[in-house]
Design a binder for this molecule. Structure first.
Ligand code: SF4
Length: 342
């Protein structure tokens, strides 16, 4: 059983529902299965999370990406602990006042923890409902979204346990009414007798694919600078925006073109002739293609070098920092003085 599914739907710990839903928003179930136990051991209650330093929360989230989820989770825990005496709001409307909690997560907590008749619409539920009703639209279509929430609301309000109904719908979409390229297992589906798409043979084309705008490129020049004592220069990103609050090798960014050696050198108080390109790779986020170029100081740094940005840390300290996957690769998978990425 998935670790956050312990107990009957409708009577689960709202804190554990909140943590699991935050993790599941952008991360595969198998990965959440690995990380959820460690996170909830370290922060077992909403009070424990509220008391924690945000850097520790980000470090525990390290490697799962989309760090705004961790910051919002921490902020929501603080609001519950400090402004609501540690008690979760017992309505979807009240839950949505918490940072980072939208309609879906509010519905999940309200129905799965408190058994309130609130709907949940995620990709799995949307696919099942659209196929059962033969509704041929992209699931992010505005009219389709309104219809889906209305239908899911009617279903959640009709049964004895909204939590059980919502979980069953999500489970059905995840295991039986699966998305392409896999085929739905209609013969094993409890809804096969009423499913319009099955009767029409249109299961595979419903819902229509979402229209996806092309991803914008972001060019990042990351400088791996190490001292003779093997300390590494690192800096913390500002709290807002992509990878907010995470640590990195000093990184110069541009949306227009890859930062040149003179630009990277100027940002670091070095001369361009001292830098050599070491490696390059592409990293995909939901909205961007991030193209990394990694630079090193050829022949080491001058003895009196004083960096204009960042701080020096030993490798053991860097290992404990909250790092994005890309920066972990840049900082920790490279041998000091050796070849990056094998
Ligand atoms: S019958 Fe097939 S298409 Fe219809 S809901 Fe079940 S699995 Fe999905």
């Amino acid at each position: 059983m998935l670790p956050w599914r312990a107990g009957e739907p409708g009577s689960r710990d709202p804190y554990l529902v909140l943590v699991s839903e935050a993790m599941l928003q952008q991360t595969q179930v198998s990965r959440v299965e690995e990380r959820f136990p460690a996170f909830t051991r370290r922060f077992p209650t909403v009070e424990a999370l509220a008391e924690a330093d945000v850097d520790d929360v980000l470090a525990e989230w390290s490697g799962m990406g989309y760090y705004r989820r961790a910051r919002n989770l921490h902020a929501a825990a603080r609001m519950i602990a400090r402004e609501k005496d540690g008690v979760f709001p017992r309505s979807a409307v009240g839950l949505r006042e918490l940072p980072g909690i939208g309609r879906y997560t509010a519905g999940a907590i309200a129905s799965i923890a408190f058994d309130l008749p609130e709907p949940i619409v995620d990709g799995n539920v949307a696919r099942v409902l659209q196929r059962v009703h033969g509704r041929d639209a992209a699931s992010d279509d505005r009219a389709a979204q309104a219809w889906l929430w209305e239908r899911a609301g009617a279903i959640a309000g009709a049964g004895e346990s909204a939590g059980a109904v919502n979980e069953a719908m999500m489970e059905l979409g995840a295991t039986v009414c699966v998305p392409p390229p896999a085929s739905p297992r209609c013969d094993a589906c409890p809804l096969r007798g009423v499913c319009v798409a099955r009767q029409a043979g249109t299961q595979m084309s419903i819902p229509r694919p979402k229209s996806r705008p092309g991803k914008k490129a972001l060019y990042c020049a990351a400088a791996v600078l190490t001292r003779e004592d093997h300390a590494i220069l690192v800096e913390q990103r500002p709290m807002g925006g992509m990878w907010g609050g995470l640590w990195q090798a000093p990184t110069i960014e541009s949306s227009e073109a890859p930062p040149t050696a003179p630009r990277v050198a100027a940002a670091l108080g070095l001369s361009a002739s001292m830098l050599r390109p070491e490696a390059s790779f592409e990293h995909q986020t939901t909205h961007r293609r991030v193209l990394f170029q990694v630079w090193r100081a050829a022949g080491g740094l001058p003895p009196a070098y004083s960096p204009p940005r960042g701080i020096w840390m030993r490798t053991e300290q860097v290992e404990r920092l909250a790092l994005s996957n890309a920066q972990r690769r840049i900082l920790l998978e490279s041998e000091v003085g050796g070849t990056l990425f094998g």
